[in-house]
Design a protein around this ligand. Sequence first.
Ligand code: SF4
Length: 419
Amino acid sequence: MSANMTTDQKALMPEYMKDFKCIGAECEDTCCAGWRVSIDQQTMGMYHKSSHAELSKKFKTEIVLNPVSERTATHYARMNVNPSTGNCSFLTEGMCSIQAALGEDYLSQTCATYPRVVNVVNELQEVSTQLSCPEAARVVLLNPRGIQFYYEDKLTWRNLQFSSKFSTEHTKNQLARAFWDIRVAAIRIMQDRRYHLEHRFMQLAVLADQIQESLDTQKAYSIPQIIESFFDGLDQGSELNEEAAFPVDPQFQLKLTNKILLTILEKKLWHNVRYEECLNDYLAGMQEVNEQNIAQVTQHFNRIKHQFYEPFIKEYAYIFENYIVNYIYATAYPLTNNRSIFENTCYLGIILSLLRTQLIGMSARHGGIRPETVIKLIQSFTKNFEHMQGFRKLVLDICKDERVDALGPLSLVVMTRKP
Ligand code: SF4
């Protein structure tokens, strides 16, 4: 990934964007299911003026304006949901009736852009895709070569939606000023396959911790040197090359991640049927032993991890690598959600550990792991929690309760030994 470009190359894209195409009626979890779709003001105006025989009537009955206090140019109105299917009212036989009758230009910004994410950084469009779309999840995650990037002409559709726009030049935010260097370093670390995945992640956490310290001590000017020294250290055989430098505690990993999963269950924090199925598979897999004793449950967990997960991950670690790289790129890490770089890194590590625990539990239920199982878990997890207010806070609060708020405890939760 390089910041250099010519003037006609104004969009940065992962190569997987060339392979993505909506599969429409074939889709197993259509984006029109379960979400109330937003309509922007300009598209709403086009619907008002439409003279299409059937749709012009439906535009009047199946779209509601948002309350004045919530109404913005982007989120001006909402599609009604069909009460008998839970899908968007304009979905007919798996196809969008607006797109079929009037063409893509009549889609709202949300519908035209999804599942793409477009961030604008210093005028450069950064295009990626959300993994809540099953087809996008397959294209992004099932690529053994890893995610590569290229420059392309920028997208110029009328109804393109931007997730965020920010400058790394005209800002006093020191983290934003170092955005490009940090993100390039993060992706380089996560794609360095000399180390196993969790080892790479902990190397990234060390770098994030060092950068956090420079910010906390008003020494942000040193971030480029910190990054350079980090890679020099790796090249010269620093202890970060050794997986033994990072402590592991499988029992604590299971305790913390299981606590998060049980909280999700207790609070009924799911609306996606596919994610509910994954939760039930996890429970069934873990309940194969009737033990209440954490040591015996850990023993059962370690046995299925060894039997099913480790052989799988030896071959398919790239799925999780691609998940993390896509997360870093699409969420504009380290600026994700305006939280500190260490907190963002900690959250990502916990999610990695959470997905791993859930997958291991599910593997006992299925008697093994197939790539489609991971795709279903990551896609449905993303769809369920991506826009759920308060989920990130809930995870970080549980971590705080368990004192996972520094590098050492984070390693206990995330790190594994090479299978
Ligand atoms: S979720 Fe993705 S593949 Fe499915 S209908 Fe929506 S855009 Fe198409």
